[in-house]
Design a protein around this ligand. Structure first.
Ligand code: FO1
Length: 318
């Protein structure tokens, strides 16, 4: 069975670990969000690609959900001694090696998809990890600071500002000119199932869908598209998805997110048991819905969710 998964960072990566356990024989292709990418210290950093690679490859800092385990910060503190910032983005020594290899390969002319494949040769994530595009896309957030409207890089909004100010707009800069990376449309075209894990519907899955051609390919693939709500009980399970949902005028509810994706794209939607009352509303929007436990408390819980998503996909196919 060929499964395509659109993944952002932490939520997507944890779900993928469960999917691998639930469907050990499946051929899984992950289309990773690159809108979170940031250039720092002359290096290109790809947070969502690295979180998937490290999580599935066994190198992730588990409690953080990003960065490496057993990390040290000698390089970061030496940079700070030189007064070279920013200090608010925690890059560890082991993580720096990933960004040095990536930047070196990009500088030698390799596209991001080839670089990602090379990095994954070491980590063996057990899935094919494709960036959504080889072209540069970087999400920026419009905020009002000291009475003036300005755009800040997503990472500055997310990490330095902790999403503490209202996001007036979220813009994946470069998305309109970006092309799907090699293999992305082919993977979608030959998939048996497409899954939207509980990733951020705006800055992760939304950004992937903003690359021209990807949304259409999924809508036209003629295979079941099933998503899992990142919102449980009207609040994001983790992260601050509600802040960016507000920027696009979408309520932070399981129903609103399903309607945001729309029945033209989504065939099935899993909500948590606390949102069971939402099932009829979602079904009346033309999306099959089911209430199951959606908290990824451990690997078995994630695998159970993945199995529920595959079961729902089988039902909507019929
Ligand atoms: N998130 C934080 O909250 N604080 C950090 O200092 C931080 C550093 C960091 C470094 C590398 C990396 O790949 C991810 C990092 N993240 C950090 C997480 C990152 O902001 C998120 O993973 C995504 O961009 C949102 O999914």
């Amino acid at each position: 069975m060929r499964i395509v998964v659109l993944a952002g960072g932490i939520g997507g990566a944890r779900f993928l670990r469960g999917l691998k356990q639930a469907a050990p024989d499946a051929d899984i292709t992950v289309i990773g969000n690159t809108g979170d990418d940031i250039h720092l210290f002359g290096l290109k950093i790809c947070p969502d690609l690295d979180t998937v690679m490290y999580t599935l490859g066994g190198g992730i800092n588990e409690e953080q959900g990003w960065g490496r385990t057993d990390e040290t910060f000698a390089v970061k503190s030496e940079l700070a001694e030189y007064g070279v910032g920013p200090e608010w983005f925690g890059l560890g020594d082991r993580d720096f090696a990933t960004h040095i290899v990536r930047t070196q390969m990009l500088g030698a002319g390799y596209p991001l998809s080839a670089v990602t494949e090379a990095l994954c040769a070491r980590w063996q994530p057990g899935v094919r990890l494709l960036p959504m595009s080889d072209d540069r896309v970087e999400t920026h957030v419009a905020v009002d600071v000291d009475g003036e409207r300005k755009a800040v890089h997503f990472q500055e909004y997310w990490v330095r500002m902790r999403a503490s100010v209202e996001a007036r707009a979220v813009v994946p800069v470069g998305a309109e000119q970006a092309k799907p990376a090699p293999g992305v449309l082919e993977a979608i075209g030959s998939a048996d199932i497409v899954l939207f894990p509980p990733s951020n519907p705006v800055v992760s899955i939304g950004t992937i869908l903003a690359v021209p051609g990807i949304r259409e390919a999924i809508a036209d693939a003629g295979v079941p598209v099933v998503g899992l709500s990142p919102i449980v009980g009207d609040a994001p399970v983790r992260g601050m998805a509600d802040k960016v949902l507000a920027a696009i005028g979408v309520e932070a509810t399981a129903t609103a997110v399903a309607q945001h994706y729309g029945s033209g794209l989504l065939d099935g939607w899993l909500v948590d048991t606390v949102d069971a009352a939402a099932v009829p509303d979602i079904e009346s929007a033309g999306i099959r819905a089911r209430a199951v436990p959606l908290m990824m408390t451990d690997l078995d819980a994630s695998a159970a969710m993945a199995r529920e998503a595959l079961t729902l996909a089988g039902e909507v196919r019929a």
